[in-house]
Design a protein around this ligand. Structure first.
Ligand code: SF4
Length: 230
């Protein structure tokens, strides 16, 4: 993990810790108009942007070079009040065409994984670290992640999930600010700012390594158990 990625991952960790200090319900998106005036009027309750507002702010984003090669922005989709959120790396070919996360073969497998714990896709929220497809599905680069990251943070703040399932090496290492391999990270919850993060293998990895499905099933059982008390 290079310094830029570390810095970006640190932003997320620091932000989630901040949410915890804020009690999760009190989030820091104070609109310009809500800031204290010179007359010292009381500070109104902090405003949380809704997912619709965040999507409007993102607009037809040109904040990084991926805008030049993408077909569609993949913002994320699902239950705006989901207790469980899945975060992957970035859109692939099918997602870029359809503008929806995890709709290709790996996405179909993710749907089965979700249904295996008696949930539907509509019950959870699915997003990615980055919202536009990198050419040839290469790893996102720091100058692409950095402008995209604030929007993911705002989505997390709006949804307030109890659990985030980080899908694959890139998402897990970014969310947990670590270089540890996914094989060592997976299977355990990590408390970051009051949100429990469970890293597991990416469905695309499972398509190539079906013998690892059992590991993911074990991870999902832990998530299902944790959701009972969430
Ligand atoms: S990847 Fe994110 S920052 Fe870059 S153009 Fe797409 S939405 Fe904007």
């Amino acid at each position: 993990m290079n310094d830029s990625i570390r810095e970006i991952a640190g932003d997320l960790k620091a932000y989630l810790e901040y949410l915890k200090e804020m009690g999760i319900d009190e989030l820091p998106f104070i609109k310009e108009a809500d800031k204290p005036t010179k007359r010292g009027q009381p500070l109104p309750a902090p405003q949380i942007q809704t997912l619709t507002e965040i999507r409007m702010e993102l607009g037809e984003c040109t904040r990084c070079k991926l805008h030049g090669t993408r077909k569609t922005i993949v913002f994320g989709e699902g239950n705006p009040n989901a207790k469980l959120m899945f975060i992957g790396e970035g859109p692939g070919f099918d997602e870029d065409v359809q503008g929806r996360p995890f709709v290709g073969k790996a996405g179909q497998l993710l749907t089965k994984i979700i249904e295996a714990i008696n949930l539907r896709r509509e019950d959870v929220y699915i997003a990615n670290i980055i919202k536009c497809r990198p050419p040839q599905n290469r790893n996102p680069e720091p100058d692409e992640i950095k402008p995209c990251n604030p929007f993911l943070l705002k989505q997390i703040a709006a949804i307030r999930p109890k659990i985030i399932c980080a899908l694959g090496t890139f998402a897990a290492q970014s969310l947990l600010q670590t270089e540890t391999k996914i094989s060592a990270l997976r299977g355990k919850f990590y408390d970051v700012g009051g949100i429990k993060i469970m890293p597991t293998y990416h469905p695309a990895f499972l398509l190539r390594n079906p013998e690892r499905k059992r590991d993911v099933w074990e991870d999902m059982k832990k998530i299902a158990e944790e959701l009972k008390t969430a």
